[in-house]
Design a protein around this ligand. Structure first.
Ligand SMILES: NC(=O)c1ccc[n+]([C@@H]2O[C@H](COP(=O)([O-])OP(=O)(O)OC[C@H]3O[C@@H](n4cnc5c(N)ncnc54)[C@H](OP(=O)(O)O)[C@@H]3O)[C@@H](O)[C@H]2O)c1
Length: 326
Protein backbone atom coordinates (compact mmCIF):
# COMPACT_ATOMS: atom_id res chain seq x y z
CA UNK A 1 0.00 0.00 0.00
CA UNK A 2 1.42 3.40 -0.98
CA UNK A 3 1.58 5.59 2.10
CA UNK A 4 -0.30 8.85 1.89
CA UNK A 5 1.40 12.06 2.93
CA UNK A 6 -0.59 13.61 5.77
CA UNK A 7 -1.09 17.30 6.44
CA UNK A 8 -2.40 18.35 9.85
CA UNK A 9 -4.70 21.39 9.83
CA UNK A 10 -4.68 23.06 13.30
CA UNK A 11 -2.46 22.42 16.29
CA UNK A 12 -4.86 21.93 19.22
CA UNK A 13 -5.32 19.06 21.65
CA UNK A 14 -6.61 16.36 19.33
CA UNK A 15 -4.17 17.26 16.55
CA UNK A 16 -1.35 16.32 18.93
CA UNK A 17 -2.97 13.00 19.83
CA UNK A 18 -3.59 12.13 16.18
CA UNK A 19 -0.06 13.07 15.06
CA UNK A 20 1.40 10.89 17.83
CA UNK A 21 -0.71 7.92 16.72
CA UNK A 22 0.22 8.42 13.06
CA UNK A 23 3.84 8.12 14.13
CA UNK A 24 3.06 5.04 16.22
CA UNK A 25 1.61 3.46 13.07
CA UNK A 26 4.62 4.51 10.96
CA UNK A 27 2.57 6.77 8.67
CA UNK A 28 3.99 9.74 6.76
CA UNK A 29 3.52 13.12 8.42
CA UNK A 30 4.40 15.62 5.70
CA UNK A 31 3.28 19.03 6.96
CA UNK A 32 1.31 20.97 9.55
CA UNK A 33 -0.57 24.24 9.19
CA UNK A 34 -1.64 26.69 11.85
CA UNK A 35 -3.00 30.23 11.99
CA UNK A 36 0.31 31.08 13.67
CA UNK A 37 3.63 30.04 12.18
CA UNK A 38 5.16 29.69 15.68
CA UNK A 39 2.50 27.15 16.65
CA UNK A 40 3.08 25.21 13.42
CA UNK A 41 6.85 25.20 13.96
CA UNK A 42 6.51 24.05 17.55
CA UNK A 43 4.09 21.28 16.53
CA UNK A 44 6.37 20.20 13.67
CA UNK A 45 9.40 20.03 15.96
CA UNK A 46 7.47 17.97 18.52
CA UNK A 47 6.25 15.41 15.99
CA UNK A 48 9.20 15.33 13.58
CA UNK A 49 7.19 16.89 10.72
CA UNK A 50 9.34 18.29 7.88
CA UNK A 51 7.25 21.36 6.90
CA UNK A 52 5.43 23.96 9.03
CA UNK A 53 3.00 26.42 7.40
CA UNK A 54 1.76 29.69 8.91
CA UNK A 55 -1.72 29.42 7.42
CA UNK A 56 -4.24 26.75 6.42
CA UNK A 57 -4.08 28.07 2.83
CA UNK A 58 -0.35 27.38 2.67
CA UNK A 59 -0.90 23.88 4.01
CA UNK A 60 -3.50 22.97 1.38
CA UNK A 61 -1.26 24.43 -1.34
CA UNK A 62 1.60 22.14 -0.31
CA UNK A 63 2.09 19.82 -3.31
CA UNK A 64 3.58 17.14 -1.09
CA UNK A 65 0.40 16.64 0.95
CA UNK A 66 -2.20 14.06 -0.19
CA UNK A 67 -4.68 14.07 2.69
CA UNK A 68 -5.52 16.73 5.26
CA UNK A 69 -6.70 15.97 8.79
CA UNK A 70 -9.09 18.72 9.93
CA UNK A 71 -8.69 19.35 13.68
CA UNK A 72 -10.35 22.73 14.17
CA UNK A 73 -13.45 23.29 16.39
CA UNK A 74 -16.63 21.83 14.78
CA UNK A 75 -17.75 25.32 13.76
CA UNK A 76 -14.74 25.47 11.41
CA UNK A 77 -14.79 21.92 9.96
CA UNK A 78 -16.73 22.98 6.87
CA UNK A 79 -14.36 25.81 6.03
CA UNK A 80 -11.23 23.69 6.51
CA UNK A 81 -12.61 20.69 4.64
CA UNK A 82 -13.81 22.77 1.67
CA UNK A 83 -10.46 24.56 1.49
CA UNK A 84 -8.59 21.24 1.36
CA UNK A 85 -11.01 19.56 -1.09
CA UNK A 86 -10.86 22.56 -3.42
CA UNK A 87 -7.09 22.15 -3.50
CA UNK A 88 -7.42 18.50 -4.49
CA UNK A 89 -6.69 16.95 -1.09
CA UNK A 90 -8.55 14.09 0.53
CA UNK A 91 -9.88 14.95 4.01
CA UNK A 92 -10.28 13.19 7.35
CA UNK A 93 -12.50 15.49 9.40
CA UNK A 94 -12.76 15.39 13.18
CA UNK A 95 -16.11 14.45 14.70
CA UNK A 96 -18.78 15.67 14.48
CA UNK A 97 -18.44 16.03 10.71
CA UNK A 98 -19.87 19.58 10.80
CA UNK A 99 -22.20 21.81 12.83
CA UNK A 100 -25.33 20.58 11.06
CA UNK A 101 -26.63 18.46 8.20
CA UNK A 102 -26.66 21.31 5.67
CA UNK A 103 -22.94 21.79 6.13
CA UNK A 104 -22.39 18.04 5.90
CA UNK A 105 -24.23 17.94 2.56
CA UNK A 106 -21.97 20.72 1.26
CA UNK A 107 -18.86 18.66 2.07
CA UNK A 108 -20.40 15.53 0.54
CA UNK A 109 -21.21 17.33 -2.70
CA UNK A 110 -17.77 18.87 -3.13
CA UNK A 111 -16.01 15.57 -2.34
CA UNK A 112 -18.25 13.71 -4.80
CA UNK A 113 -17.74 16.32 -7.55
CA UNK A 114 -13.98 16.02 -7.17
CA UNK A 115 -13.78 12.28 -6.59
CA UNK A 116 -11.96 12.80 -3.29
CA UNK A 117 -12.33 10.95 -0.01
CA UNK A 118 -14.04 12.82 2.82
CA UNK A 119 -14.34 10.79 5.99
CA UNK A 120 -15.47 11.63 9.52
CA UNK A 121 -12.82 10.88 12.14
CA UNK A 122 -15.24 8.92 14.33
CA UNK A 123 -12.29 6.84 15.47
CA UNK A 124 -14.36 4.43 17.60
CA UNK A 125 -15.83 2.80 14.45
CA UNK A 126 -12.39 1.64 13.40
CA UNK A 127 -11.12 0.26 16.71
CA UNK A 128 -10.32 -3.48 16.79
CA UNK A 129 -12.87 -4.24 19.54
CA UNK A 130 -15.62 -2.66 17.44
CA UNK A 131 -14.56 -4.64 14.38
CA UNK A 132 -14.76 -7.89 16.40
CA UNK A 133 -18.05 -6.86 18.01
CA UNK A 134 -19.72 -6.28 14.62
CA UNK A 135 -18.49 -9.71 13.41
CA UNK A 136 -20.06 -11.39 16.44
CA UNK A 137 -23.36 -9.51 16.15
CA UNK A 138 -23.60 -10.27 12.43
CA UNK A 139 -23.04 -13.96 13.22
CA UNK A 140 -26.00 -13.83 15.63
CA UNK A 141 -23.99 -14.16 18.85
CA UNK A 142 -26.77 -12.60 20.96
CA UNK A 143 -29.74 -13.36 18.73
CA UNK A 144 -32.07 -10.55 17.76
CA UNK A 145 -30.89 -7.23 19.19
CA UNK A 146 -33.73 -5.61 21.14
CA UNK A 147 -32.00 -2.78 23.01
CA UNK A 148 -28.77 -0.82 23.38
CA UNK A 149 -27.47 1.68 25.91
CA UNK A 150 -24.35 3.84 25.94
CA UNK A 151 -23.12 6.94 27.70
CA UNK A 152 -20.40 9.50 27.14
CA UNK A 153 -20.04 11.72 30.16
CA UNK A 154 -17.04 13.80 31.17
CA UNK A 155 -16.29 16.63 33.56
CA UNK A 156 -14.99 19.29 31.18
CA UNK A 157 -14.10 23.00 31.53
CA UNK A 158 -16.98 25.27 32.52
CA UNK A 159 -15.36 28.47 31.19
CA UNK A 160 -18.03 30.08 28.94
CA UNK A 161 -15.35 30.97 26.36
CA UNK A 162 -14.11 27.37 26.07
CA UNK A 163 -15.09 25.72 22.77
CA UNK A 164 -17.15 23.18 24.76
CA UNK A 165 -19.47 25.97 25.93
CA UNK A 166 -19.17 28.74 23.34
CA UNK A 167 -22.08 28.53 20.88
CA UNK A 168 -20.07 30.25 18.14
CA UNK A 169 -17.58 27.34 18.31
CA UNK A 170 -20.30 24.66 18.25
CA UNK A 171 -20.25 24.18 22.04
CA UNK A 172 -22.38 21.59 23.82
CA UNK A 173 -22.14 18.07 25.20
CA UNK A 174 -24.16 16.57 22.33
CA UNK A 175 -21.86 17.49 19.46
CA UNK A 176 -18.69 16.87 21.40
CA UNK A 177 -19.54 13.74 23.41
CA UNK A 178 -23.11 12.65 22.60
CA UNK A 179 -22.09 12.13 18.98
CA UNK A 180 -20.29 8.94 20.10
CA UNK A 181 -23.33 7.08 21.48
CA UNK A 182 -25.51 8.44 18.64
CA UNK A 183 -23.02 7.14 16.04
CA UNK A 184 -22.80 3.82 17.97
CA UNK A 185 -26.60 3.40 17.85
CA UNK A 186 -26.49 4.09 14.11
CA UNK A 187 -23.67 1.55 13.71
CA UNK A 188 -25.43 -1.28 15.55
CA UNK A 189 -29.11 -0.55 14.89
CA UNK A 190 -29.15 1.68 11.81
CA UNK A 191 -31.11 4.87 11.31
CA UNK A 192 -33.45 5.96 14.09
CA UNK A 193 -37.18 5.97 13.35
CA UNK A 194 -38.27 8.06 16.35
CA UNK A 195 -36.09 10.38 18.42
CA UNK A 196 -36.92 11.80 21.86
CA UNK A 197 -34.46 13.97 23.72
CA UNK A 198 -34.54 15.91 26.96
CA UNK A 199 -31.69 17.83 28.50
CA UNK A 200 -30.30 20.78 30.30
CA UNK A 201 -28.57 23.89 29.00
CA UNK A 202 -25.71 25.77 30.64
CA UNK A 203 -25.23 29.51 31.06
CA UNK A 204 -24.19 30.06 27.42
CA UNK A 205 -27.20 28.18 26.01
CA UNK A 206 -25.09 25.16 25.05
CA UNK A 207 -26.34 21.79 26.28
CA UNK A 208 -24.57 20.29 29.29
CA UNK A 209 -26.70 17.13 29.60
CA UNK A 210 -28.92 15.13 27.28
CA UNK A 211 -30.85 11.87 27.61
CA UNK A 212 -31.86 10.46 24.23
CA UNK A 213 -34.27 7.61 23.44
CA UNK A 214 -34.65 6.29 19.92
CA UNK A 215 -36.41 3.49 18.08
CA UNK A 216 -34.94 1.83 14.99
CA UNK A 217 -36.31 0.04 11.93
CA UNK A 218 -36.08 -3.43 13.52
CA UNK A 219 -38.12 -2.20 16.48
CA UNK A 220 -35.05 -2.15 18.75
CA UNK A 221 -34.64 0.79 21.13
CA UNK A 222 -31.55 2.76 22.14
CA UNK A 223 -30.97 4.79 25.30
CA UNK A 224 -28.11 7.28 25.23
CA UNK A 225 -26.75 9.70 27.82
CA UNK A 226 -24.27 12.55 27.68
CA UNK A 227 -22.91 15.17 30.07
CA UNK A 228 -20.06 17.64 29.85
CA UNK A 229 -20.22 18.49 33.57
CA UNK A 230 -19.98 15.12 35.34
CA UNK A 231 -18.08 11.93 34.55
CA UNK A 232 -19.85 8.57 34.73
CA UNK A 233 -18.90 4.99 33.88
CA UNK A 234 -18.81 5.36 30.08
CA UNK A 235 -19.92 1.80 29.41
CA UNK A 236 -22.19 0.34 26.76
CA UNK A 237 -24.40 -2.72 26.49
CA UNK A 238 -26.27 -4.45 23.72
CA UNK A 239 -29.14 -6.72 24.70
CA UNK A 240 -30.37 -9.55 22.48
CA UNK A 241 -32.80 -12.45 22.66
CA UNK A 242 -29.93 -14.96 23.00
CA UNK A 243 -27.56 -12.98 25.22
CA UNK A 244 -25.93 -9.61 25.79
CA UNK A 245 -22.68 -7.74 25.26
CA UNK A 246 -21.08 -5.54 27.90
CA UNK A 247 -18.42 -3.15 26.63
CA UNK A 248 -16.16 -2.01 29.42
CA UNK A 249 -15.23 1.53 30.38
CA UNK A 250 -14.25 3.48 28.34
CA UNK A 251 -16.33 1.86 25.60
CA UNK A 252 -15.52 4.35 22.82
CA UNK A 253 -11.72 3.94 23.30
CA UNK A 254 -9.72 0.69 22.86
CA UNK A 255 -11.17 -1.62 25.54
CA UNK A 256 -12.46 -5.08 26.41
CA UNK A 257 -15.93 -6.60 26.17
CA UNK A 258 -17.74 -9.79 27.06
CA UNK A 259 -20.50 -11.68 25.32
CA UNK A 260 -22.83 -13.46 27.76
CA UNK A 261 -25.35 -16.19 26.99
CA UNK A 262 -28.84 -16.01 28.51
CA UNK A 263 -27.61 -18.39 31.24
CA UNK A 264 -24.98 -15.83 32.27
CA UNK A 265 -22.03 -17.82 30.88
CA UNK A 266 -19.27 -15.88 29.12
CA UNK A 267 -19.19 -16.83 25.43
CA UNK A 268 -16.37 -14.49 24.44
CA UNK A 269 -13.99 -12.47 26.60
CA UNK A 270 -12.39 -9.97 24.24
CA UNK A 271 -9.23 -8.21 25.38
CA UNK A 272 -7.29 -6.36 22.71
CA UNK A 273 -4.03 -4.50 23.03
CA UNK A 274 -3.46 -1.53 20.77
CA UNK A 275 -0.42 0.69 20.41
CA UNK A 276 -0.89 4.38 21.23
CA UNK A 277 -4.31 5.96 21.80
CA UNK A 278 -5.94 4.11 18.89
CA UNK A 279 -6.53 7.01 16.51
CA UNK A 280 -4.37 5.40 13.82
CA UNK A 281 -6.98 2.82 12.76
CA UNK A 282 -9.18 5.42 11.05
CA UNK A 283 -6.11 6.77 9.23
CA UNK A 284 -5.15 3.28 8.06
CA UNK A 285 -8.71 2.74 6.84
CA UNK A 286 -8.63 6.02 4.90
CA UNK A 287 -5.29 5.08 3.32
CA UNK A 288 -6.60 1.63 2.36
CA UNK A 289 -9.74 3.09 0.77
CA UNK A 290 -7.72 5.46 -1.38
CA UNK A 291 -5.19 2.73 -2.30
CA UNK A 292 -8.12 0.56 -3.44
CA UNK A 293 -9.52 3.41 -5.55
CA UNK A 294 -12.53 4.04 -3.27
CA UNK A 295 -13.46 7.60 -2.34
CA UNK A 296 -15.50 6.51 0.67
CA UNK A 297 -15.24 4.54 3.89
CA UNK A 298 -16.87 1.11 4.07
CA UNK A 299 -17.23 1.34 7.86
CA UNK A 300 -18.65 4.86 8.02
CA UNK A 301 -19.75 6.01 4.56
CA UNK A 302 -19.97 9.78 4.20
CA UNK A 303 -23.71 9.49 3.54
CA UNK A 304 -24.10 7.96 7.02
CA UNK A 305 -22.11 10.79 8.63
CA UNK A 306 -24.42 13.25 6.83
CA UNK A 307 -27.46 11.37 8.16
CA UNK A 308 -25.99 11.28 11.67
CA UNK A 309 -25.71 15.08 11.48
CA UNK A 310 -29.44 15.05 10.71
CA UNK A 311 -30.10 13.01 13.86
CA UNK A 312 -27.97 15.43 15.88
CA UNK A 313 -29.91 18.37 14.37
CA UNK A 314 -33.19 16.82 15.51
CA UNK A 315 -31.89 16.11 19.03
CA UNK A 316 -30.43 19.62 19.27
CA UNK A 317 -33.71 21.14 18.17
CA UNK A 318 -35.58 19.17 20.87
CA UNK A 319 -33.03 20.39 23.43
CA UNK A 320 -33.49 23.98 22.26
CA UNK A 321 -29.86 24.62 21.31
CA UNK A 322 -29.33 27.03 18.40
CA UNK A 323 -25.99 27.93 16.90
CA UNK A 324 -25.48 31.50 15.70
CA UNK A 325 -25.60 30.51 12.01
CA UNK A 326 -27.60 27.26 12.43
N1 LIG B 1 -11.41 12.12 18.40
C1 LIG B 1 -11.33 12.56 19.64
O1 LIG B 1 -11.09 11.80 20.57
C2 LIG B 1 -11.49 14.02 19.90
C3 LIG B 1 -11.12 14.54 21.13
C4 LIG B 1 -11.20 15.92 21.32
C5 LIG B 1 -11.67 16.73 20.31
N2 LIG B 1 -12.05 16.18 19.11
C6 LIG B 1 -12.56 17.05 18.03
O2 LIG B 1 -11.48 17.75 17.47
C7 LIG B 1 -11.85 19.09 17.17
C8 LIG B 1 -10.86 20.02 17.88
O3 LIG B 1 -10.91 19.79 19.25
P1 LIG B 1 -9.66 20.13 20.23
O4 LIG B 1 -10.03 19.63 21.55
O5 LIG B 1 -8.38 19.70 19.61
O6 LIG B 1 -9.77 21.73 20.22
P2 LIG B 1 -8.64 22.78 20.61
O7 LIG B 1 -7.62 22.16 21.50
O8 LIG B 1 -9.34 24.01 21.04
O9 LIG B 1 -7.90 23.05 19.21
C9 LIG B 1 -8.58 23.55 18.10
C10 LIG B 1 -7.56 24.16 17.14
O10 LIG B 1 -8.29 24.66 16.02
C11 LIG B 1 -7.66 25.80 15.50
N3 LIG B 1 -8.66 26.88 15.35
C12 LIG B 1 -9.05 27.43 14.18
N4 LIG B 1 -9.95 28.38 14.37
C13 LIG B 1 -10.17 28.45 15.70
C14 LIG B 1 -11.01 29.26 16.52
N5 LIG B 1 -11.82 30.20 15.99
N6 LIG B 1 -10.97 29.07 17.84
C15 LIG B 1 -10.19 28.12 18.38
N7 LIG B 1 -9.36 27.32 17.64
C16 LIG B 1 -9.36 27.48 16.32
C17 LIG B 1 -6.53 26.16 16.44
O11 LIG B 1 -5.32 25.71 15.81
P3 LIG B 1 -4.25 26.75 15.22
O12 LIG B 1 -4.12 27.84 16.24
O13 LIG B 1 -3.03 25.94 15.06
O14 LIG B 1 -4.75 27.26 13.91
C18 LIG B 1 -6.78 25.35 17.68
O15 LIG B 1 -5.62 24.94 18.31
C19 LIG B 1 -13.30 19.25 17.61
O16 LIG B 1 -14.15 19.16 16.49
C20 LIG B 1 -13.54 18.07 18.54
O17 LIG B 1 -14.86 17.55 18.47
C21 LIG B 1 -11.95 14.86 18.90
Amino acid sequence: MTALRWGILATGGIAHAFASDLRVAGRTLAAVGSRRIEAAQEFAAQHGIPRAHGSYEELVNDPDVDIVYIATPHSHHLEGAVLALEHGKHVLIEKPLTLDADEAVAIRDIAAARGLLAMEAMWTRYLPHMVRLRELLEAGAIGEIRALSADHTQSLPTDPAHRLNALELGGGALLDLGVYPVSFAWDILGAPAEIRAVGRLGETGADTEAAISMTHASGAVSSLLTSSRAAGANVAQIVGTAGRVEIDSVWYTPTSFRVYGTDGSVREDYRGEVAGRGMQFQALHAEAAIAEGRADSTLLPLEESVAIMGTLDEIRSQLGVRYPRG
